[in-house]
Design a binder for this molecule. Structure first.
Ligand code: ATP
Ligand code: MG
Length: 656
C-alpha cells in the first residue's frame, strides 16, 4: 500500500509533494496559473486515501465549475480514490438541501428558478420602475451581490454605498425591486441560485442536529479557486467545518474574476491570520504554457495594480519554447471571425484536435459571429454550457434507449455476444439510427452526431474505470451527471466566455474581440473594475498551452467607421505598441505608438527597400536569408510600426 501511495507522488515537484503529503491541519497553496494547484490537491486526496489517512466518503472537494468537479472525479477515479465527493458549492449545497429539506422544513424542495432576469423585470414592472436591458442586467447583478453578502432588501442601500457599488439606479429603487423579486419567488414557490446556499446556511445555522450530521460525514475539506469564494460560500464552508481545521485551500489572487458578485481574495490572502498554524505553500513552476505564453502572462501581471497584484507570483515556464503569441487586427467583426475560423482550420489540418482549441470572449453575445464562421468553415464546435447537453433532443433520445435496454436487464439476445460496455452502448445507439462514422459535412446533423459520440466516449471511459460495470450502472452515472449538469466534452472547438474558461486549458486559445470597450468592458468604470478586467485577460492568456492568438476588429460591421482600438491592456506588450504612460491607471489614454517615418531599410545591409517582395522580407535581394534572433526581432518591430502607420485594413501581423 505504501508503494502504491508513493506512486501518486511521482508526478509532483517537491512543493506539490509537500501539499500532497500535508494531510493534517490547515493548508493554503498560493500559486499562479498553470502551476499545478488543482493537480496537487487531487493527488493530495488520492495520497490520503491510498495511505488510509483519509476515508473517501469523509472528503468533500469543492471546485468552481461542474466541469472542473467532473474532471476531478475522473482524475481521482484513475488515481484509485473513488467515492470522494467533488462538487461545486452549489451542487454540494443543493444535495444537502434536498436531503434535509423534508426534516428541516417539510415537503419538497421548491423548484429552482432558471430565468431570473425575467422575474427581476416583472418585479421592476410591479414597482412601476422601467428598466432597459442594461439596467435589468445590472439590477440583477446587484440583487445577486446583496444575496451573497447576506444583505436583506432594507439594508441594501446602506450596504451598497459602504461597499462602493456603482448602482445602475437609485439604490432605494433597487431595494424595492429586490424585495418585490423575493416576494414573487416566494409566492410561486421557487428559489434562485443564491437561495440554495442561503437556505443551506440557514438550516445549518438553526439546526444543530443537521449540522452535526453533516460534520460527522465530512471530516476533510479541499477548496479549489479559493480566491473567488463569496462571503456566502465562505459562511457555508465555516458551517461545514465547525470547530475543526482540516481544510486545504488553493488559489491565485491574480485570477480573482468574480469580485463583481461579491467574491473576494481576502479569505485566501488572510488565511494565515485566520489559521496561524496553517502551512502555506507557494508554487511558481508553470507546467501548462510555453515560455512565450508565460512571458505575456507575466507582462500583464506586472502592469496590474491593487491588492491582488501585490500578491502576484512571477511564473517560470517549464516547457520548451513554442510559437510567439499572434496579434491579429481586422477591419470588422465578421472579418475577425472569418480570420479566426481560417486559422482554426489550419491548426486542425496541422494535427491539433478540435477539442484542444478554444475561442474565448468577454460576453456571450460575442459568440454568435464565431458560431457562424466556424459552421461556414465546416469546423465542429460546442458552446460551453453543460446544462444544455442533457437537454439536447438527440441526447435525450439516446438516454431513453439506454435506459430501456438497461431495464430489460440485458436479456436482449443482441447483447449477449457483445463484450464490453462500449460495444453494448454502440449497439443500442445503432438500433436507433446512430452511425459509428460521422456523417459528411458540418451543420446540425454533424452536431447531433458529435453529442451522441460524446456519450459513447463517456461510456468507454466509465467502463475503463470500472471494468465490471453494467449498462444499468452507466445509466445511474448518466443520471448523476445530468443532475449535477456535468456533461461530457463534445470534441469540437470550445466557444466560451472568459469567466467559464477558468481552471481549464487547451493547446490553442483564441482571445477574440480584444478592443477597448470590450476588455475592459465599457461598464467597468472604477479602478477596481478595470483591474478585474485585466485579470480576466490574464486568465484567458494562461488557458493556452501552446498557441495563443489575440485579435480585435477596428469596427463592428463591414464598411463601418474604424473607431475601435485594441485593448489598452496590451499596450507595451503587443509589438508596436507603447507602454502605458501611467502603468495600470484606469483612466489612461490609449497610448499611440510613436510613428517612425522614413523608408524601410534592408535589415542586413541597410539599403533602402522598394520592391514589394523585399519589403515583405525586410531584406534586399542581395543579402543572405539566414536570420538571427536579433534581426528577427527587428523585423517584427518594423512590421508592427509599418502596420500601424498604414492602418492596414485586415491583416494578421505576426504570423511568420
Ligand atoms: P489554474 O490556476 O489555471 O487553475 P492550476 O495551478 O490549477 O492552474 P493545473 O491545472 O493543476 O494548474 O496544472 C496545469 C497543467 O500542468 C496540467 O496540464 C497539469 O497536468 C500539468 N502539471 C501540473 N503539475 C505538473 C508536474 N509536476 N509535472 C508535469 N505536469 C504538471
Ligand atoms: Mg486549477
Amino acid at each position: 500500500a505504501a508503494d502504491s501511495a508513493d506512486a501518486v507522488l511521482l508526478g509532483l515537484d517537491p512543493e506539490q509533494r509537500e501539499v500532497a503529503t500535508t494531510l493534517r491541519g490547515p493548508v493554503c497553496v498560493l500559486a499562479g496559473a498553470g502551476t499545478g494547484k488543482t493537480r496537487a490537491i487531487t493527488h493530495r486526496i488520492a495520497y490520503g486515501v491510498r495511505t488510509g489517512q483519509l476515508m473517501p466518503a469523509s472528503v468533500l472537494a469543492v471546485t468552481f465549475t461542474n466541469r472542473a468537479a467532473g474532471e476531478m472525479r475522473g482524475r481521482l477515479r484513475s488515481l484509485g480514490a473513488e467515492g470522494v465527493q467533488a462538487r461545486t458549492f452549489h451542487s454540494a449545497a443543493l444535495r444537502q438541501l434536498q436531503y434535509f429539506w423534508p426534516r428541516a422544513v417539510g415537503g419538497e424542495v421548491p423548484r429552482l428558478l432558471e430565468r431570473k432576469i425575467q422575474f427581476v423585470a416583472e418585479a421592476g414592472a410591479r414597482c412601476r420602475i422601467r428598466l432597459d436591458r442594461g439596467e435589468l442586467r445590472d439590477v440583477t447583478g446587484e440583487i445577486e451581490w446583496a444575496k451573497v453578502t447576506q444583505t436583506v432588501p432594507a439594508d441594501y442601500p446602506a450596504a451598497a454605498r459602504k461597499a462602493g457599488r456603482e448602482a445602475p439606479r437609485d439604490m432605494a429603487e433597487i431595494a424595492q425591486i429586490y424585495g418585490t423579486y423575493e416576494q414573487l419567488k416566494r409566492d410561486r414557490g421557487m428559489i434562485d441560485f443564491e437561495d440554495v446556499l442561503l437556505l443551506t446556511v440557514g438550516i445549518l445555522q438553526d439546526r444543530h442536529d443537521i449540522a452535526e450530521q453533516i460534520r460527522a460525514q465530512y471530516q476533510h475539506f479541499v477548496v479549489d479557486e479559493y480566491q473567488d469564494v463569496s462571503p456566502l460560500q465562505q459562511r457555508l464552508l465555516e458551517l461545514w467545518l465547525g470547530e475543526r481545521d482540516s481544510l486545504c485551500v488553493v488559489g491565485d489572487a491574480s485570477q480573482t474574476i468574480y469580485s463583481f458578485t461579491g467574491a473576494t481574495p481576502d479569505h485566501l490572502l488572510n488565511f494565515r491570520t485566520r489559521y496561524p498554524q496553517a502551512s502555506v505553500v507557494k508554487l511558481v513552476r508553470d507546467y501548462r504554457s510555453t515560455p512565450q505564453v508565460v512571458h505575456l502572462a507575466n507582462g500583464l501581471l506586472n502592469q496590474a495594480k491593487g491588492r491582488a497584484a501585490e500578491h502576484r507570483l512571477e511564473l517560470v515556464s517549464q516547457r520548451e519554447g513554442g510559437p510567439d503569441p499572434v496579434y491579429a487586427e481586422y477591419a470588422d467583426e465578421p472579418a475577425e471571425a472569418e480570420g479566426v475560423a481560417r486559422r482554426i482550420r489550419d491548426l486542425i489540418a496541422a494535427g491539433v484536435p478540435a477539442g484542444e482549441i478554444a475561442v474565448l470572449f468577454r460576453i456571450n453575445a460575442q459568440s454568435e459571429v464565431y458560431e457562424q464562421a466556424l459552421a461556414d468553415a465546416g469546423v465542429p464546435y460546442q458552446l460551453r454550457g453543460a446544462e444544455r447537453f442533457f437537454e439536447r433532443q438527440e441526447v435525450q433520445k439516446a438516454l431513453l434507449a439506454l435506459r430501456g435496454t438497461a431495464r430489460s436487464g440485458g436479456n436482449d439476445p443482441l447483447l449477449e455476444d457483445l463484450v464490453g460496455l462500449g460495444s453494448q452502448v454502440r449497439a443500442v445507439l445503432s438500433s436507433i439510427g446512430w452511425t459509428t462514422e460521422p456523417p459528411a459535412g458540418s451543420g446540425a446533423v454533424r452536431d447531433q452526431w458529435e453529442s451522441v459520440a460524446a456519450l459513447v466516449r463517456l461510456a468507454e471511459d466509465f467502463a475503463r474505470g470500472r471494468p465490471a460495470a453494467t449498462l444499468a450502472d452507466l445509466v445511474v452515472e448518466l443520471d448523476e451527471r445530468k443532475a449535477a449538469q456535468h456533461a461530457p466534452t463534445v470534441q469540437g472547438v470550445t466557444l466560451a466566455s472568459l469567466h467559464a474558461a477558468k481552471g481549464l486549458e487547451w493547446d490553442a486559445v483564441f482571445l477574440v474581440g480584444l478592443t477597448d470597450g470590450m476588455l475592459p468592458i465599457t461598464y467597468a468604470k472604477t479602478d477596481d473594475q478595470v483591474e478585474e478586467e485585466r485579470r480576466l485577460l490574464y486568465v484567458g492568456v494562461t488557458r493556452a498551452r501552446l498557441h495563443l492568438t489575440l485579435s480585435w476588429a477596428l469596427s463592428r460591421a463591414p464598411g463601418g467607421r474604424a473607431s475601435r482600438r485594441p485593448s489598452r491592456f496590451l499596450n507595451g506588450l503587443r509589438p508596436g505598441s507603447a507602454a502605458p504612460s501611467r502603468p495600470g491607471s484606469a483612466g489612461e489614454r490609449v497610448a499611440r505608438p510613436r510613428r517612425r517615418r522614413g523608408p524601410a531599410l534592408c535589415r542586413v545591409c541597410g539599403r533602402t527597400l522598394t520592391e514589394a517582395g523585399e519589403l515583405k522580407l525586410m531584406r534586399c535581394e542581395d543579402c543572405p536569408s539566414d536570420m538571427d534572433a536579433g534581426l528577427y526581432e527587428r523585423l517584427r518591430e518594423w512590421r508592427a510600426a509599418q502596420a500601424d502607420r498604414q492602418g492596414l485594413p485586415a491583416y494578421c501581423v505576426f504570423t511568420d
